[in-house]
Ligand binder design. Sequence first.
Ligand code: NAD
Ligand code: IPM
Ligand code: MN
Length: 353
Amino acid sequence: MNYKIAVIKGDGIGPEIVDEAVKVLNKVGEVYGHTFEYTEALAGGAAIDKTGVPLPEETLEVCRKSHALLFGAVGGPKWDSLPSEIRPEKGLLSLRKELNLYTNIRPAIMFDELKDTCPLRPDIVEGGLDVVILRELTGGIYFGKKFTEGDYACDCMEYSKYEIERIAHQAFKIAQTRDKRVTSVDKSNVLETSRLWRKTVEETAKKYPDVKLNHMYVDNAAMQLVTNPKQFDVIVTENMFGDILSDEASMITGSIGMLPSASLGDNNFGMYEPIHGSAPDIAGQGKANPIATIISVSMMLKYTLGLPKEAQSIEDAVKKSLKDGYRTMDIAKKGEKAISTQEMGKIITENIK
Ligand code: NAD
Ligand code: IPM
Ligand code: MN
C-alpha cells in the first residue's frame, strides 16, 4: 500500500535525525512491499525564516492530507528573543493543538544492551525498565490564559473534566494491554486542576476494574523514578509534569536520544517525534543519536499505519545494532568509539530484515 507521510525536519539536529529515520522507513518499504510518499513541510525556526510564522497554514494542510507526521525538533538560540507568539516552539504547540493530538505516549524502555549506560546503580534497574508515560498534550499551563503586563506575568493552568477524562481512558486502555497498573501523577495537595484531575481519574477508573490505580504527587514521582522506577507500569499526567518526567525517565534508558513518542487524537492521524529538542550544541556535527526518531517511526507503523510486523522489524534492527556494539556519542562509554548519526542510521537500515 501507499502511505502519505508528512515530514517536518525542523531546526538544529532535526534534519539529520529525520533523514536517518526516513532511510530506515524506506528500507522497511522495500522489504515489506509498501511505498511511503513524503511531503516536506515547514515549522519552527525554518518556517519563521522562510515565511515569518512558526506554523504556516500550508503545513497544517499537508498534515491533514497525510496518514501520519514525522517530526524532528524545533527551536534554537537564533529565535530565542522573538515574542512567544512567533517562537519556533509555538509552531510545535499549535500543531499539536490544531490537530487535536491530546494523547502523548512516551515509552521509556531500557534496552538490555544499554544497561551500563544508565546513570543509576545497577540494582535499581536490574531486569530492565519498561514504563509508559502518558502525557496530556493539549491542555494545562501550556494552553491556559497567559499574559505579561509590565513587570507582571501570568500563565494559568486550566483543565476541564472532559480533557482529563479522555486522557484517563487512554491510560487505562494502554494499561490493559500491559501490566494493568496506572499511576496518576498530580499535585492535588496544592493545585485546583490536580484535584479535578484526581477525582476524574478515579471516576474513570470505575470503568476499568481490572486495572489497579494509584496516585502520586509529582515531586514524589520525580524522586521515585530514580529510586524505584520499576514500580511503574503506566504513568498518566498533565502536560507540563509529563514533559519534565519524560526527560527524567529518558536518562534511565541511557540517553534522551533514545526516547520516541507518539501523539494521537480521535481520528487515525498520528504525529511521531523524539522527545528531545533540537540540540543546538551538537547540531550539524553528525553527533546526534537518531534512535529516538527511528523508534518513533516504528511507533508510527504500529499505532497509525497498522503494520506491527514492520514496526517490530525496526525495533529488532535497533537492538541488533546496539548488540553489535554500535554507539553514538551520547550512549558510548568513556574511551569507547562513537559512530556518527549517519553511520548509526546506515547500520540500522542494513539490519532491517
Ligand atoms: P535538547 O533536548 O535539545 O538538548 C538537551 C541536551 O541533550 C543537549 O546537551 C543535547 O545535545 C542533548 N541531546 C538531545 N537530543 C540528543 C540526541 N538525539 N543525541 C544526543 N544528544 C542529544 O533540549 P534543550 O537544550 O533544552 O533545548 C534546545 C532547543 O530545543 C530549545 O530551543 C528548545 O525549545 C527546543 N526543544 C524542542 C523540542 C521539540 O521540538 N520537540 C523538544 C525539546 C526542546
Ligand atoms: C517536548 C518539548 C516541547 C514541550 C517544547 C519545545 C514546546 O519540550 O516536546 O517535550 O514542552 O512540549
Ligand atoms: Mn520536553
